[in-house]
Every structure is written in C-alpha cells, then in structure tokens.
Design a protein around this ligand. Structure first.
Ligand code: IDP
Ligand code: MG
Length: 153
C-alpha cells in the first residue's frame, strides 16, 4: 500500500470543489488558476463522481433545507474536482475568491460573479464550493481525502 500523503497540521487548509457545472463547462483550470495566482498551494487533487452518501455527509448542515434533494441531485449529476488548498487564512481567502452563493448577485471579479449565472434549472449552480470554517474544512477533507493524514510539524 502506498504511504499516505501528509498534511501539515500547523497550516490552514480548505476543501474546494469544482462542482459538476464548473467541470462540465471546462472551468476547472480557471478555478485552479485563480487559486494558484492568489498564492495558495495545492495539496490534493482528484476527479470524483460523488454519491448520495458522500454528499449527505458533505452537506449535513443543509439536510433539513427545502433545496437539499435538488442540491444532491445537482452535485451528483457529473464528476467534481476535489482540491485541498493550503495557506494562511485560506478558508476566508477562497470564500472571497468564490463570491456570493447566488451567481447572479456575486460581484464581478469573483469566480461565481465572472463565470456563473442562473440557468433556470431551479438549482443554484455556482461552480465552486469552499469550506466555511476550520471545523468544516477538517471534516470535509477527511470525507473527500481519507488517504490524506496530518503530520505534526
Ligand atoms: P455556499 O456554497 O456559498 O457556502 P451554502 O448556503 O452553504 O452556500 O449552500 C450550499 C449550496 O447549496 C450552494 O452553494 C448552492 O449550490 C446550494 N443552495 C444554497 N441555497 C440554495 C437555495 O436557496 N436553493 C437551491 N440551492 C441552494
Ligand atoms: Mg456552505
């Protein structure tokens, strides 16, 4: 068995997803470009077709919301690219790069503002996900990258 890759537990990480709409539109490179151009470092990267179970865990905070079923359908409609990103204040930084949840309202200059729109599907298709707190980041990285373990520096 290959040795698992190690993450430095002292550093901050965020779990980023290029969602199925972003992947299908060929925007993976553009999302990665913006994250790297900002100065953050990629520590993990994979293409994965998420199943309902994984998405139920990933979006556990939204389980009771009216849009949960549609959200899982949208997120499992095609492959996603999962990325572990590292850097000081990377969680806030990625959220800032992403922009407002609603792509119609997201500011120009942000990923969602520049590249996203309402497609009349009823889903909020907004190209990217980024962890919203250190606790969510740790939980999400463990879900999407169980092979990545932390080392103490
Ligand atoms: P975030 O992705 O900006 O953190 P959250 O509120 O955590 O936004 O919602 C998770 C995802 O669920 C959003 O990115 C979007 O794809 C979807 N979503 C959020 N609110 C709605 C809604 O009101 N209707 C349909 N989908 C929604
Ligand atoms: Mg969220």
């Amino acid at each position: 068995m290959p040795t698992p890759d190690l993450l430095d537990a002292e550093k901050e990480h965020s779990l980023v997803l290029v969602k199925p709409d972003g992947f299908a539109r060929g925007l993976t490179g553009e999302v990665l470009r913006r994250i790297e151009a900002k100065g953050y470092v990629l520590k993990g990267l994979k293409i994965k077709k998420a199943n309902e179970e994984l998405l139920g865990e990933h979006y556990v905070e939204h389980k009771e919301k009216h849009f949960f079923k549609d959200l899982v359908e949208y997120m499992s409609s095609g492959p996603v690219v999962a990325i572990v990103v590292e850097g000081d204040r990377v969680i806030e930084g990625v959220r800032s790069l992403m922009g407002n949840t609603n792509p119609t309202l997201a500011a120009p200059g942000t990923i969602r503002g520049d590249l996203g729109r309402d497609w009349g599907t009823g889903n909020v298709e907004n190209i990217v996900h980024g962890s919203d707190s250190p606790l969510s980041a740790a939980r999400e990285i463990a879900l999407w990258f169980p092979e990545l373990t932390y080392k103490e520096s």
